[in-house]
Design a protein around this ligand. Sequence first.
Ligand SMILES: Cc1ncc(COP(=O)(O)O)c(C=O)c1O
Length: 474
Amino acid sequence: MAVHHGAPRRDTDARHGTLSVNPFHVAAGPAGMRATPPVDRMPDEAMAPETTYGLVRDELMLDGNARLNLATFVTTWMEPQADALMAECSAKNMIDKDEYPRTAELERRCVAMLADLWHAPDPRQAVGCSTTGSSEACMLAGMALKRRWSRRATGRDKTSAGDRPNLVMGVNVQVCWEKFCNFWEVEPRLVPMEGERFHLDPQAAAELCDQNTIGVVGILGSTFDGSYEPIAGLCAALDALHERTGLDIPVHVDGASGAMVAPFLDPDLVWDFRLERVASINTSGHKYGLVYPGVGWVLWRDAESLPAELVFRVNYLGGDMPTYALNFSRPGAQVAAQYYTFLRLGRAGFRAVQQAARDVAHTLAEGIARLDDFRVLTRGDDLPVLAFTTAPGVSAYTVFDVSRRLREDGWLVPAYTFPPHRQDLAVLRIVCRNGFTADLAGLLLDSLDRLTPELRRQPGPLEQDERKATGFHH
Ligand SMILES: Cc1ncc(COP(=O)(O)O)c(C=O)c1O
């Protein structure tokens, strides 16, 4: 989570220093109700629940409208039954396996369902766990790769104390992999973008590998443009490397979004445990897994791929249960909601929901292409995500201007610059997900259609500062 400092971020917060209580919310009750509670110090007295609820709720009104947030991959709507289930389970602690054995069982069933969905050679031999999201899942998968490498390294004839592990991946990886490399002191080896290739090239990835490579990460659904990386091609390049040099490098698939899209929409795409080289896969249950934030999954193809010494045991019905996690306590609500979603939608339901999102992406891409001012880079053929930039002749405004103007209509559409080798390219990205309907997409097109003639009349770009652009990393 964000690292906060005690001081207020803005002068205005400091100036007020207290919260103002709406007299309507002041219920008869504990003394001091009319006093304005301080902002940065715990109030001395208690407050009535209605008053407190009103205060917190009013402040949160200024947050954006989650449904209009086209920047995020994360679920912003669930049905009332799922809401109810989550509220009922929020007091259950996932780590208390002994006290909440049924929640533990639901987690196990989810792992089994994912192992089957991702074609584990023997789903009963696959191992996996829930996490707080893909970031934790990637940390766990990365640690397993690192431990396997260090075992291999100690078994080698010539290990030198200076051997430093490295991880090979495309420059387009999500920030969680930078974190992994930083936290666990692994050298990131990044395959750059080239021309109109906006993700990893299998051959270039294989060329970066050496005896200290702990693994290669392939992304099913690049955060930058929604394109799938060629996982089968990557495995083939690493097979050839193995044959040539004896280096046997495992692959981790970061399927934060795509691992819950491809199985339903692209069943013939071979990207998962069908490829022997794929050792582990992660996904975010809270993205295309259709659950509110706070759940991810990571699976290994078999027990051998997850070094046993990384697994800790907790009490479970008089016996013990193996666990692998960065944190200890966690709410059970998200896991219950994930199981609900799997059960509720089934494969057919997931296919329908994801297909609807892809259809919206296609329609929107066609509409944007018709506006002439834009060049569409991806149109939702992989993840239901489209990335587009301004057409070559457009010089009066930038994608950052478009992002700013769309905000005036309530739409959050991030604009950002691509990483090294394509830093000349700045794009807008729209994530289509459940709840962003064809009707809403039509309204977004109307907004774009209305504001582009105005933008064209600008004397020049007003917004060049990419630092002001909306964050897009999730
Ligand atoms: C490819 C990829 N990996 C990892 C993550 C991190 O996921 P989470 O937000 O679930 O931690 C994201 C988030 O967008 C992503 O797109």
